[in-house]
Design a protein around this ligand. Structure first.
Ligand SMILES: Cc1cc2nc3c(=O)[nH]c(=O)nc-3n(C[C@H](O)[C@H](O)[C@H](O)COP(=O)(O)O)c2cc1C
Length: 139
């Protein structure tokens, strides 16, 4: 059964570029093996990640990610069955930070700062649809 899990978390300390690089490297190394695709965004100190794949595989990956000390305050925002994957090109794509994507972040935010914790599942899905087509990606 194909599902998507979307969660938010806060960075636990000042993130250095090497941290993000190592997270992406691990994702690309591991996700393909377990058939999980998705996207990772970081803005205003908040991670927003969507994982898609087999329910059991996504669950176990999510529980592994929860153990990572580089983030805290995790919250599942959406967990639902999907008919098809959205992020077929990426084992884990990463949206580039700030300027290039600022208008997209703003479009789906209630306030001037990006706050995924307050976004509904419908808004989150619209956000991920939009970044898939109009987002500027790191890789
Ligand atoms: C916000 C965030 C998202 C992450 N996403 C993934 C992921 O999609 N896949 C993954 O394997 N590791 C991810 N990680 C890293 C894992 O927590 C862990 O460090 C990594 O999987 C260890 O990989 P290794 O055992 O191959 O060294 C993420 C970490 C953070 C903080």
């Amino acid at each position: 059964m194909l599902i998507q899990l979307t969660y938010a978390s806060r960075i636990s300390r000042t993130l250095v570029p090497e941290d993000l690089k190592s997270i992406l490297a691990a994702s690309q190394r591991n996700n393909q093996r377990v058939g999980v695709t998705g996207a990772l965004c970081l803005s205003s100190g908040i991670f927003l990640q969507q994982l898609e794949g087999d329910r059991t595989a996504v669950n176990s990956l999510y529980h592994r990610i929860l153990l990572d000390p580089r983030h805290r305050d995790p919250a599942i925002l959406d967990f639902s069955e999907i008919a098809a994957r959205k992020f077929t090109q990426w084992s884990m794509g990463s949206l580039s930070a700030l300027e290039a994507n600022r208008t997209i972040y703003l479009k789906y935010s209630r306030s001037a700062s990006f706050d995924p914790y307050g976004m509904s599942p419908a808004t989150l899905r619209a956000f991920f649809d939009e970044i898939m087509t109009n987002g500027t990606w790191l890789n």
